[in-house]
Design a protein around this ligand. Structure first.
Ligand code: ADP
Length: 312
């Protein structure tokens, strides 16, 4: 049978053709021969592949080791590994770069985010040495516009991991399931699985009035071994709506972090950033900081833009 190829985006804007169905024949250095069959996996949204390795029966004793090596190689070389993607597998092109310094948060919160996410990712070897799965669940909650999504953007730009962005819209048409998303994250690990607006998936009822997504999420987040290399970060504006079984059991979300409305120093930082080209910004800074008490970060940014517009 002749092979089938498909084009995949391997870097934003760069496409390669890959064989998605067919067979390959190859010869090892000692002349032994192998056949590799490749076919698409059914029922995984078209992202999975079934690979079968075949040898002559007299020469089959080495197959398990070879298979292990091959599997390892395939895992290391998956074209989505280390990329920033949606749950559909589509690459998210590079947006404007955001760094930790761009987010106005208290030092304490910066520290806690770093410890819970960045440090966990950077210390893979220490987890290994101590025989502990590298795994973490972090729930970020707080009023809208306080920078939770922005934290996701920073992680997507900086973390040494595959970053998978999941919104409820991705799952809405049923082509992609929670189980699929976790399975993809495990294959591409270490991964950050970022659920935006978790309450929409995992409230007591989801937005279709069903509870399937929640049940799936509970079962996928359980279990240490299978989730080695998996960091789940979720955001919500509505902590009350999150099912207690999800947020109150340590094995699922280890850290539940409040992202509050910005304090004066944070509001100043946001105003300064958005007024950095505005002459006379320093003259209005104190008033701006005082007038925006109780505003979210997004609203403070709006104020900065309004100031410039009014002045113009
Ligand atoms: P959330 O996800 O908490 O609703 P976002 O991260 O989407 O909020 O915030 C929207 C925008 O508001 C951000 O892109 C950023 O421009 C601004 N913003 C919000 N919070 C902060 C913050 N703490 N520091 C700097 N900018 C902020």
């Amino acid at each position: 049978r002749s092979p089938t190829y498909s084009r995949f985006e391997v870097r934003p804007g760069q496409f390669f053709s890959f064989m998605v169905e067919g067979s390959m024949f190859y010869q090892l250095p000692d002349n032994r021969r192998r056949i590799l069959f490749v076919e698409p996996e059914r029922g995984l949204g078209g992202c999975g592949t079934v690979v079968t390795l075949v040898a002559h029966r007299d020469d089959a004793s080495q197959l398990p080791q070879e298979w292990k090596k091959l599997r390892h190689w395939m895992k290391q070389h998956h074209y989505l590994k280390g990329q920033v993607i949606r749950s559909s597998g589509r690459l998210i092109g590079k947006s404007e770069r955001v760094d930790w310094d761009d987010i106005a948060l208290s030092d304490e919160l910066h520290q806690r985010l770093k410890r819970n996410i960045v440090d966990v990712l950077d210390r893979r070897d220490l987890f290994r040495q101590n025989g502990i799965p590298q795994k973490r669940g972090i729930l970020l909650y707080g009023p809208p516009g306080t920078g939770k999504t922005m934290i996701g953007k920073v992680l997507s730009h900086n973390a040494r991991a595959t970053f998978i962005w999941v919104t409820v819209a991705d799952l809405a048409n049923g082509a992609i399931s929670i189980r699929h998303v976790f399975s993809m994250a495990r294959r591409l690990g270490p991964s950050i699985l970022f659920f935006e607006d978790l309450d929409l998936f995992a409230g007591n009822r989801d937005w279709f009035g069903r509870t399937e997504a929640l049940g799936e999420l509970l079962s996928q987040m359980d279990g240490l071994e299978k989730n080695d290399g998996l960091i789940v970060v979720a955001t919500t504006n509505d902590l009350e709506a999150i099912e207690p079984a999800l947020k109150d059991r340590p094995s699922r979300f280890d850290a539940v972090l409040n992202i509050p409305l910005p304090e004066a120093s944070a509001r100043r930082q946001i105003l300064e950033k958005h007024l950095d080209r505005f002459t006379g910004a320093e003259k209005i800074m104190d008033d701006g900081v005082a007038a925006t008490e109780g505003f979210s970060g997004a609203q403070v940014r709006e104020v900065a833009i309004l100031i410039v517009q009014a002045a113009i």
